[in-house]
Structures are given as structure tokens and as C-alpha cells.
Design a protein around this ligand. Structure first.
Ligand SMILES: C[S@@+](CC[C@H](N)C(=O)[O-])C[C@H]1O[C@@H](n2cnc3c(N)ncnc32)[C@H](O)[C@@H]1O
Length: 378
């Protein structure tokens, strides 16, 4: 590999660009574990995929990739969640490079686990070992495996109790039904701290609009603090669960309404009808899936925030989970939407993903979630 890639690995980076490999002719034709060297000396074992522009580092030790390797990494990941973060039964247990386990995402919801896997090679050669270690280290009864983003050709698999796909998790005072067959791993654990933080800004009787509410994450926390909530989402299935989550938390039926439809259109209609809310929450999907569609994505963030700002009387909580829109760029986009709406606002706080989605010093690319809390200046 070239000097730059060598230096970045010495600085704990878990990815290098394939173009940094000097002897490209030595690279295999299919996905494989390769040994990376610098000036003839061993540097790392890494996961190489000819369809990817990056190579993912597995280890910088000359060790075997086997059951013990995965067991140690999975144990370390668990200790970080339970001993440092003090998280209990429910957490993101494996966050790919953030836990030195590239291509693996794993969430634990009490006794139910959900994995997203991006590597066919890991599936074929190591999945059984990984599952064995997860069961060994926990009270898990069922693990559901599905393909992650770019994880082509990986078929869904169930390990353990084959009938269990649903459980109820606790988040502060809120309870949520989680179905691992839902979006991604079933629930957006990355927003956990932001949903809890929202509660301090809610007053009894507030009107709250939760845009892209999914299964009612922010909605339930707002309702628990006494708000009347309107949630909007494209997914009928997610909204059904959102209603069930309200019932699960004993929120009276007249305190919430969930609307199925396109957020942009519904918000425009609200503006026309003169509807206003005390708090507006915007948590859309990643509009920028790739660097290429960044321009369109920024336009979408800008419109959504403009509408949200117009609809709020007191607070806006606005999020972006696009990797390609960094913190500063998202902030600029939100601020320019506020200028356009001619509303003076205070940046109350600017938060990110929950710490069970660790960002290491050598891998700041692991940071993706942005969550700004703003208030309207009177
Ligand atoms: C990141 S998730 C929201 C997670 C949620 N805030 C929570 O805490 O669980 C994004 C949601 O946006 C919804 N969505 C995507 N495009 C939409 C659109 N144009 N209008 C309304 N909802 C949309 C998806 O169905 C998905 O449920």
C-alpha cells in the first residue's frame, strides 16, 4: 500500500481506498480476506470486495480470523455499551467499523436481535461463529439476519426461536413495540438520546407535529409529557405500529392523530389551512444516498425545513441521517431556510447519534446523524 494509507492505518483508520494498494495485480477476483503490506512488512488483514472502492480493515495483528476473533470483538462491543454507557437490555451492539467489525450491524432488543449484513463472504464463512458468540454472550433467544445497504445476495435467516419477531422495549418512561422485520433493523436506536432530550421542551397541552414519524418514536415521548400529537409518514404499516405504541403508553385516543402521506404535501396543506404547532419535529430518511445526489438532497432538506419553520410557533427539532451532508452543511441549510421563512431562531443545541453508534478518532466517517434543536426568537 502507499505511505498515506499506511499512515492512516497507524492512526486507527479502518478503511483504505483500493487505489492505495500498490500491487493491484495481487488482489483477488472475488471477495476475500487479503493481507496488506507496506515495504514488504505485514500491516493488516482486510476484507476486499472487487465491487467496492474501499478495503475494510479487520485486524492490524497477524491473527487468525476465527471464532475467538469475533468473540473478543463482540465482547468488547458489549462491555462498551454496558459498562461505559450503562445501557441495559436494548442497544446497538455492533456498529460495523465503529466496533472493528466491518459490514456488520446488530441491534439487541431485549431477547430479540436484528442483524444487517453487508458481506457475502462474512455470511458464508463466519455467520455461524458470530451468531454463536452473540448467543453465548447474552440472553438473546432469536436473531434475525437480513441484508444491509449494499449487502446484495444475502438471504434473510432466523436463528434460535423462529417465531419471535416482535418485542417491547423501554426508552426512559416510554415503551415501544419493535418488529425486526420493519425498516432497517426495526427501530431507530440512533435517535434514542434525542427522543429523551425532546421531553424537556414539551409542555402540557402543546400541539406537536412529528414529520416522518415512523412508529412514533418522538410522538410517544411528546405525548407522555402531555402533548397532543400529529404524526405524518408514508408507511401505513409504521403508522399502525405508531398507534399501537400510543395505546401501549396509555395515551388517550383523542390526543393523537397519524396521517399517511407525503410530508411535503401535508405540510403545505397545513400552512394553507393556517394550522400551527408549538413544536415541529423533522426526521426524514437520508435524502443524500450518494455524493452524486447531494444537490437534490440539499434542496429537499431546504424545502422540508422551510415548511417546518413556517409551521412552528416555538420549537423546531430537525434531523438529517445523510452521511454526505456534514454537520456544518446541514446547519447552513437549516439556517438559510429560517432566513427564507423570515423567522429569527436560536440554536438551542446540536446533537448527533446515540453513543452506541460509536465514532472513533480514526473513523469520523462513522458520524452521520445530526439533530438540531432550535427555538423561535420572540
Ligand atoms: C428516519 S425514519 C424516522 C424515525 C422516527 N423519527 C423514529 O424516531 O423512530 C424516516 C421515516 O420517514 C418516512 N418517509 C420517507 N419519505 C417520506 C415522505 N416523503 N413523507 C412522509 N414520510 C416519509 C419513512 O417511511 C420513515 O418511517
Amino acid at each position: 500500500m502507499d505511505k498515506r494509507a499506511y499512515n492512516s492505518i497507524q492512526n486507527f483508520s479502518k478503511i483504505i481506498y483500493t487505489k492505495a494498494v500498490v500491487n493491484k495485480e495481487d488482489l483477488p477476483k472475488k471477495e476475500e480476506i487479503v493481507i496488506l503490506t507496506y515495504k514488504g512488512k505485514f500491516v493488516a488483514k482486510a476484507l476486499y470486495n472487487p465491487n467496492s472502492v474501499i478495503i475494510k480493515i479487520l485486524t492490524t495483528k497477524n491473527e487468525d480470523i476465527d471464532y475467538d476473533f469475533f468473540y473478543k470483538r463482540i465482547l468488547n462491543a458489549k462491555l462498551y455499551r454496558e459498562e461505559i454507557l450503562n445501557y441495559k437490555n436494548t442497544y446497538r451492539w455492533i456498529y460495523a467499523e465503529g466496533d472493528e467489525l466491518p459490514t456488520i450491524i446488530f441491534d439487541k432488543y431485549n431477547e430479540l436481535g436484528a442483524m444487517q449484513l453487508m458481506s457475502k463472504l462474512i455470511e458464508k464463512k463466519y455467520l455461524n461463529e458470530i451468531i454463536e458468540a452473540l448467543f453465548e454472550l447474552s440472553d438473546l433467544e432469536t436473531i434475525y439476519v437480513k441484508k444491509g445497504k449494499k449487502g446484495e445476495k444475502i438471504k434473510d435467516k432466523i436463528f434460535g426461536n423462529k417465531k419471535k419477531f416482535e418485542t417491547v422495549i423501554q426508552e426512559g418512561e416510554a415503551k415501544f413495540k419493535v418488529n425486526v422485520k420493519g425498516h432497517k433493523t426495526g427501530f431507530f436506536l440512533d435517535q434514542r438520546e434525542n427522543r429523551l432530550y425532546l421531553e424537556r421542551f414539551i409542555k402540557e397541552g402543546d400541539r406537536v407535529l412529528d414529520v416522518c414519524c415512523y412508529t412514533g418514536g418522538f410522538s410517544v415521548h411528546a405525548a407522555i409529557r402531555g402533548a397532543e400529537v400529529v404524526g405524518v409518514d408514508l408507511s401505513k404499516k409504521a403508522l399502525k405500529t405508531a398507534e399501537e405504541n400510543m395505546e401501549l403508553n396509555n395515551i388517550p385516543k383523542d390526543k393523537y392523530e397519524f396521517i399517511e402521506g407525503n410530508a411535503f404535501k401535508i405540510m403545505e396543506e397545513f400552512i394553507e389551512d393556517g394550522e400551527r404547532f408549538d413544536v415541529v419535529i423533522l426526521d426524514p430518511p437520508a435524502f443524500a444516498q450518494t455524493e452524486k445526489n447531494l444537490k437534490n438532497a440539499l434542496r429537499a432538506y431546504s424545502s422540508l425545513n422551510y415548511l417546518g419553520i413556517r409551521l412552528t410557533n416555538r420549537m423546531l427539532i430537525t434531523c438529517s441521517c445523510s452521511h454526505h451532508v456534514d454537520k456544518e452543511l446541514f446547519k447552513k441549510t437549516v439556517i438559510s431556510s429560517a432566513f427564507r421563512a423570515k423567522k429569527n431562531m436560536v440554536i438551542v443545541d446540536y446533537k448527533g447519534q446515540a453513543p452506541d453508534h460509536p465514532i472513533t478518532i480514526g473513523n469520523r466517517n462513522l458520524e452521520y446523524l445530526k439533530c438540531m434543536f432550535l427555538s423561535v426568537r420572540r
